[in-house]
Ligand binder design. Structure first.
Ligand SMILES: *Cc1c(COP(=O)(O)O)cnc(C)c1O
Length: 394
């Protein structure tokens, strides 16, 4: 028998966590007490005010049919209200908003909507892998924008070669950033918008962590004058409201790109379950709910335990201003795969090697703030017990 896998599937980058996953399963099988800071999935339940909204919406037969189209009017109006309140930005509820089955779905389908075969898509590295796989599925080509610490983990547009700029059709940005936890300010978004305008590129800014911040609220790219001519922004309920399993998000911005994405989706899915949209309305109108604030305080406490603890153990690690990730430079010049492997094998803690997010992530590991404060203290005790020897030059 031949293989049923398309050539396109062969172009997907290899899944780099295979080795870590294997070692993790082995350790669990052997009965070891493993603490998993690998996956970026909130450990707390969805707040009950959202569950209550779902519980009553599910009894309404109007929610039992296909939820075709761009999202319920009430959903789009709630998103519009959020944009006014939070960013001072006016959104056209009929043309500039689209409900998504989670932002990942929108990210994955966007290249199919806007990219022609051979077009270039600019993707950040390290970065969320779906920017690349969505591009490959659409027959596009990626050009990596390396992010590095010296530039605050922001891409340097001047470094993108002129011929790449000519062929580029789409650029993914992601602030607050996964995995580096970096934030972008409005000045950066202004530069991104003028770069996109100059080269006729659509920007897709992934704001999955837009509401998960500890210091000043991160801006929306749509706050930039004229941004909607060249940009859309993708938002998610998953991380803000502990709703990863619910599959709901939205895209906002350029009406032409929104319509193209909506057309792709109308051929593949039949909308976000109406009851989930009702629950999402409740969530997005209460971003300041005590339950939401309490969760952020929880992440903040864990962040401080992990960051202070790693620093005391001699690691160089900045305290994240947003997201629930700590992005730490590997001690003593060790590479990320070796560092993650030692932390798992010797003390039973799962962290993600930075190289798994792209080559430029080498030299760092990512820790998710998704275990309670006691376990976070235990993480720090365990990691501090490892002695990382400087790598010898050979
Ligand atoms: C978690 C995550 C998403 C996906 O969120 P969903 O709305 O659950 O699909 C998108 N982008 C980044 C960078 C993420 O970390």
């Amino acid at each position: 028998m031949g293989s049923y896998r398309s050539e396109r599937m062969g172009l997907l980058p290899p899944y780099l966590f295979v080795e870590i996953d294997r070692r993790k399963s082995e350790a669990i099988e052997a009965g070891r007490d493993i603490i998993d800071l690998g996956v970026g999935d909130p450990d707390q339940p969805t707040p009950s005010f959202i569950i209550e909204a779902m519980a009553s919406a599910i009894r309404d037969p109007a929610n039992h049919t296909y939820a075709l189209g761009i999202g319920k009017r009430g959903f789009r109006e709630a998103v519009c209200g959020f944009f006014q309140r939070r960013y001072g930005v006016e959104i056209d509820t009929n043309r500039e908003i689209l409900a998504l089955l989670g932002s990942k779905e929108g990210i994955g389908h966007l290249p199919t909507a806007v990219v022609n075969p051979g077009d270039v898509v600019l993707v950040p590295s390290p970065g969320y892998p779906v920017y690349t796989s969505g591009t490959i599925f659409a027959g596009g080509t990626t050009h990596v924008m390396p992010l590095c610490e010296d530039h605050g983990w922001l891409p340097v547009f001047e470094d993108i070669p002129a011929d790449v700029c000519r062929k580029a059709r789409l650029m993914f940005l992601n602030y607050p950033n996964n995995p580096t936890a970096a934030c972008a300010d409005l000045e950066f978004f202004e530069r991104a918008v003028s770069f996109a305008r100059k080269h006729d590129i659509l920007i897709a800014q992934d704001a999955a962590y837009g509401e998960l911040y500890y210091e000043k609220p991160p801006p929306s790219i749509l706050q930039v004058e004229g941004a909607r001519d060249v940009a859309i922004e993708l938002h998610s309920f998953s991380k803000t409201f502990n709703m990863t399993g619910w599959r709901v998000g939205f895209a906002v911005g350029n009406a032409d790109a929104i319509a193209a994405l909506a057309a792709v989706k109308s051929n593949l899915d039949s909308g976000v379950f109406g009851a989930v949209q009702s629950a999402a309305i409740e969530a997005i109108t209460h971003t300041d709910h005590v339950a939401v604030r309490a969760m952020i305080d929880l992440y903040r406490q864990r962040r401080d335990v992990i960051v202070d603890g790693l620093r005391a153990a001699g690691w160089s690690v900045p305290s994240p201003a947003a997201t629930f990730y700590v992005w730490a430079r590997c001690p003593s010049g060790n590479d990320s795969t070796a560092t993650a492997a030692r932390i798992l094998d010797e003390v039973g803690v799962v962290v993600i090697p930075g190289v798994g997010f792209g080559e430029t992530g080498e030299g760092y590991v990512r820790l998710a703030l998704t275990v309670d404060i006691e376990r976070s203290r235990e993480v720090v005790r365990r990691i501090a017990s490892i002695s990382f020897k400087p790598v010898e030059a050979s």
